[in-house]
Design a binder for this molecule. Structure first.
Ligand SMILES: [Zn+2]
Ligand SMILES: [Zn+2]
Length: 303
């Protein structure tokens, strides 16, 4: 499980940074958080096959978060057997998509599955065998969502404990898994005695917003919190509040309040060529912070 930052700038692409998109790779599946202009080229440069994207999670319909969608959709439809692209976004996403795909002339071969979410409270918007994705509304000039990708906990055999209880790998373990309790010799062995719960990993993505409870709720105990940090609080806290954005200090406050393990700040205003001041400001409140840059790849590990 890893994330790759495809764009780390706010509002406009610069020579140094593209606009918002983060790719999450999980067991061979590619999930995009946002898809700003140029995202598919960034994927290409980073070595990710664009036709393998299965889901796009859209925070909101400001251009710097969605203007790469149409190009990606055309590219994904350009293979012999295009499948389905699952899109989750705020209310209004179906209408935006309706206009978007008609704005250009091309063969619509890719199937689009679109889900709109209100997210008054954090809610599950995708569930598979291995993970859930939750979304919640945050506070911006227009409807905006934050997302969490949460791997499910998995029960695993502790080989040492199993051996100590005389449980052999293979059919016996399989039977224990099915029946929860088996008899080994003259003893009963339960599943709990020879297994442990492997905690699932969690990545939370919070973009354009003011500080809000839903962002903190969604980021609770996240292994990695990816959070916008458009401004430096010591210079422009007023601007952050006026435009519905977070400062580096706000991002760190959310990480600390949510008990996140690691904070990655991103979505920097173009006025910051060097992000060191933002990083230092965030670190003064939440020490395990790093500043993202384009093409940064981060392995999401359990501690
Ligand atoms: Zn933005
Ligand atoms: Zn915005």
């Amino acid at each position: 499980m890893k994330v790759c930052f495809l764009g780390t700038g706010a509002m406009v692409p610069t020579k140094q940074r593209n606009v918002s998109s983060v790719l999450l790779e999980y067991e061979g599946e590619f999930i995009l958080f946002d898809c700003g202009e140029g995202t598919q080229r960034q994927m290409n440069l980073a070595g990710y096959n664009r036709t393998k994207v299965s889901r796009v999670l859209i925070t909101h319909w400001h251009g710097d978060h969605v203007s790469g969608l149409i190009g990606l959709i055309q590219t994904m439809g350009n293979i012999p057997e295009p499948g389905t692209l699952h899109i989750v976004g705020p209310v209004g996403t179906k209408q935006h998509m309706h206009h978007l795909v008609r704005a250009m002339s091309f063969d619509h071969r890719l199937n689009l599955d679109i889900v709109e979410v209100e997210g008054v409270r954090p809610e599950v918007v995708v569930e598979t065998k291995r993970y859930v994705i939750r979304a919640a509304a945050v506070e911006h000039a227009i409807s905006c969502l934050a997302f969490s990708f949460e791997e499910k906990d998995v029960r695993r055999f502790d080989v040492g404990k199993a051996a100590a209880h005389g449980v052999t790998p293979g059919p016996q373990m399989g039977r224990l898994q099915r029946e929860q309790v088996i008899t080994v010799g003259d003893k009963e062995v339960t599943l709990d005695m020879v297994t442990y719960l492997q905690r699932g990993r969690k990545v939370t993505y919070v973009m354009d917003t003011s500080v809000t409870d839903n962002a903190i709720r969604l980021a609770e105990d996240a292994d990695v919190l990816i959070c916008e940090s458009t401004f430096l609080s010591s210079e422009h806290q007023d601007k952050a509040e006026e435009y519905g954005h977070l400062s580096a200090k706000d991002a760190a406050f959310i990480a600390r309040s949510a008990n996140a393990k690691k904070l990655v700040i991103t979505h920097f205003s173009q006025r910051y060529f060097d992000t060191t001041p933002l990083l230092e400001e965030a670190q003064s409140i939440f020490s395990n912070t790093i500043a993202a840059y384009d093409f940064l790849e981060l392995e999401v590990v359990r501690d």
